[in-house]
Write a protein that binds this ligand. Structure first.
Ligand SMILES: [Cu+2]
Length: 148
């Protein structure tokens, strides 16, 4: 299954390989789920739209955690599981949403708890556009849900 996914990535790359200056992808709706004290991981959610040509998210980093991984999430026989993927394909002009229950960025080895109301610097590394810095608010997901 993973190898066929790689095949799709290669195909889209070949088709989208236009030698133009890559406009940086647009990042919206970014937030990090607040964590209780002692938590070692936190999930970050965001929407990425590759404005120009197709691109790929190939990595991310933050001073707030030891590592950031790209995860997909799904359910298998009723149990939730997360899978670490090497990259995320961003079709040209299409919003790719990382939302609770689906794809997300996993902040691993947190240096401290994610406190609601604070902001965390996140650098996103794209294959074509290079690095994009975003300032991501930490949100108490329960409070946010109650407000809707
Ligand atoms: Cu995860």
């Amino acid at each position: 299954m993973f190898s066929s996914f790689r095949g799709l990535v290669w195909l889209s790359l070949t088709v989208g390989a236009v030698p133009a200056a890559a406009a940086p992808p647009i990042v919206t709706d970014a937030w990090i789920r607040a964590t209780p004290p002692g938590a070692v991981t936190a999930a970050a959610y965001l929407t990425i739209t590759s404005a120009g040509a197709a691109d790929r998210l190939v990595g991310a980093a933050t001073p707030a955690a030891g590592a950031v991984e790209i995860h997909t999430q799904g359910s298998d026989a009723g149990s939730q599981h997360m899978t670490h993927v090497a990259e995320l394909t961003l079709p040209a002009g299409q919003a790719v949403r990382l939302t609770p229950g689906g794809q997300h960025l996993m902040l691993i080895d947190l240096k401290g708890p994610m406190v609601p109301g604070t902001r965390v610097a996140l650098s996103l590394r794209f294959a074509e556009a290079g690095t994009v810095e975003v300032d991501v608010p930490v949100v108490d997901a329960r409070a946010a849900a109650a407000a809707h």
